[in-house]
Design a protein. Structure first.
Lengths: 292, 332
């Protein structure tokens, strides 16, 4: 069909293209969608099966025990699953809000002021983006243990606040969306620097800050290594660590597999919800700075 | 253009409200002296950066040159103390076959993962940006969705889908084609099994990065090509693809860095695969075992430093290679 379009156009008879659907690309796109959705669909179905049905039923034949599984998961170990859910929300929500605030401050500072050491400091923070987590994870744990913060909420929260990527984005947003003339006008009217930032800078940066919040929220929600190293008591675990220990127990006690499956399903629902609610803020423009 | 409109809209309103609130005589609340102001803005980030990145980094390097010395029978407090080890830990790392095997494994894993993941991401991004393709919105959301699944959870789900007892993949293959089950944890297949988890989880994000890059291209470039009779495939491959190369390079570098660090996928698989994935399958798993299970933080620190250096070399190599491929053909 593409050859057809080419010949028609070259003959000069029909400048308007035929509006038929392009079949091959559409099919490829749909195949990709099926591949992406398949495991999620399988978990959805598997979570409705009893443990024996998991073995005996065909893979995509649903069982009828969704509610029973839900009750089992809720009552497992005194309802610890919902503690994990709350913890995760706390780590991700609190960490992402603080991260967006710190990024806003820093990005605005870098974009709107000239000062000595600016280039060096910014480069240093960007290089931080490239320092692999592996190099930091172990000494971070040892440091945290040394100051007595191991196995506390702070041990997971504090390292989640700083995000070089968030600072990088915030600098771009501040540069692009907060005009210098407006800041000048505010200064002329006698507004202090701090208040100019809060009253003028922050409101103009809000869409960008929501994006930073979202990416950091997902990053913390998905984090496993940091809480896995930092925390030792079950009631402080986030979902990833909690479900992993459940899976670990499941290798010797297969009845737990249904709980792991249902727990996995429930653990991804809040993020999927966040996706759809805040869809327009999901922008992944890595090269934004170079373009503008 | 946004700049102009927003200054028109916000400018006067903002200055009015501030003028009304501003009290004469300097009672404007906290306002640092102009020279220190920028430092006040970036101070929290710098302090956190030092605490979370610099100090641990420096400490890792320091720890990598230390070792524990046991005195006497090794009993009681003070019997174990930390002494300088020089480069002994590094020598141990360089002689540790298991460690280098885990590095090789990670490289092999990356060689499978990165081309497949970025290839798919590029194809999907180009399809999303093409004309006359149906279901674009659905496809975009569906393929991006695995990004919302924590890597560890995704790995656990795939791991259970690989389990011989209730693998939906094997049962579907059996039902459709009568094929015998695949052993997902075999010595060779396990690479593909783990890489598949990475492809599944990473394609959507990279697709969105490239799609965003495509959307920011000037449309005029392909309008002209369309008028000249180029079809969508030609436009995608000859015009769009060269123009988003910088974004492709960025994703390649970030993926390379992520590959050597891979932990969550194989760690979850280790738990499920009955030994198909060993405790030292990837470099980070080796660090984890040596530091926590074997309790040798000094060796673990030296391994971490070596991995960081390898990663740096690898990133530079990828950068050079991709740059040469892109600009090598240019006239000088």
């Amino acid at each position: 069909m593409s050859i057809g379009a080419l010949t028609i156009a070259s003959q000069g008879t029909a400048p308007a293209k035929p509006r038929r659907a392009a079949l091959v690309p559409t099919a490829v796109l749909l195949l990709g969608a099926v591949y992406a959705l398949l495991p999620i669909a399988w978990v959805l179905i598997a979570a409705s099966k009893t443990n024996t049905q998991l073995d005996s039923y065909a893979a995509f034949r649903p069982g009828g025990s969704f509610l029973a599984n839900f009750r089992n998961l809720t009552s497992y170990d005194g309802g610890v699953f919902w503690t994990w859910m709350l913890n995760t929300a706390l780590y991700a929500g609190g960490g992402a809000i603080l991260s967006a605030l710190v990024s806003a401050l820093t990005g605005y500072g870098f974009a709107k002021y000239r000062f000595r050491g600016k280039g060096f400091l910014f480069t240093m923070i960007l290089v931080g983006m490239l320092v692999p987590a592996v190099v930091l994870a172990v000494p971070q744990y040892l440091l945290v243990a040394k100051i007595g913060l191991a196995n506390t909420y702070w041990a997971v929260l504090i390292p989640s606040i700083i995000s070089p990527y968030g600072i990088y984005l915030a600098r771009i947003y501040a540069g692009a969306s907060v005009p210098d003339e407006v800041l000048e006008a505010a200064r002329m009217d006698g507004s202090g620097e701090w208040r100019t930032f809060l009253r003028i800078g922050v409101p103009m940066m809000v869409p960008g800050l929501v994006t930073i919040f979202l990416f950091q929220f997902v990053a913390i929600w998905n984090n496993f290594l940091l809480p896995w190293l930092m925390l030792s008591s079950e009631n402080k675990y986030p979902l990833t660590v909690g479900l992993f220990t459940l899976l670990d127990a499941g290798t010797s006690q297969p009845a737990l597999y249904t709980l792991v499956l249902l727990g996995s399903l429930l653990s991804i629902l809040p993020l999927i919800l966040l996706f759809f609610l805040l869809q327009r803020f999901w922008r992944v423009d890595l090269g934004a700075g170079s373009v503008k | 253009m946004t700049t102009a409109t927003s200054s028109v809209q916000h400018g006067p309103a903002a200055s009015v409200s501030l003028a009304r609130r501003g009290r004469p005589g300097g009672g404007r609340g906290w306002s640092p002296s102009p020279r220190r102001t920028p430092y006040a803005f970036i101070a929290p980030a710098v302090v956190l950066f030092a605490a979370v990145f610099l100090v641990p980094l420096g400490w890792t390097i320091y720890l990598s040159t230390q070792k524990t010395q046991v005195q006497g029978l090794g009993l009681g407090a003070g019997a174990r103390k930390q002494v300088s080890a020089g480069f002994a830990n590094y020598t141990a790392v360089f002689q540790d076959g298991e460690f280098w095997q885990s590095v090789l494994r990670a490289l092999l894993y990356g060689c499978i993962l990165i081309p497949v993941m970025l290839g798919l991401a590029t194809v999907f991004a180009l399809i999303l940006d093409a004309q006359r393709v149906r279901f674009q919105r659905f496809g975009r959301i569906a393929i991006f969705l695995p990004y919302a699944v924590p890597t560890l959870i995704g790995s656990m789900i795939w791991g259970m889908m690989y389990l011989p007892a209730f693998s939906p993949i094997n049962s579907t293959l059996h039902a459709l084609f009568g094929v015998q089950g695949i052993d997902f944890f075999g010595q060779r297949t396990v690479f593909l099994s783990v890489a598949n988890i990475g492809v599944w989880g990473g394609t959507g994000f990279n697709m969105m990065v490239l799609y965003t890059a495509l959307r920011s291209l000037p449309q005029e470039a392909y309008e002209a090509a369309r008028i000249d009779g180029a079809n969508e495939r030609q436009i995608a491959l000859r015009i769009k693809l060269p123009m988003i190369r910088p974004a492709v390079i960025m994703t390649a570098i970030f993926s390379t860095i992520a590959t050597l660090q891979v932990f969550n996928e194989p760690y979850a698989m280790h738990q499920i695969s009955y030994g198909g994935v060993s405790t030292t399958w990837t470099p980070l798993m080796t660090v984890y075992r040596d530091t926590y299970t074997a309790n040798d933080i000094y060796l673990g620190a030296a391994e971490s430093v070596v991995i960081a250096l390898l990663m740096f070399v690898l990133s530079v190599a990828v950068l050079r290679l991709t740059n040469r491929q892109i600009f090598g053909g240019e006239a000088r």
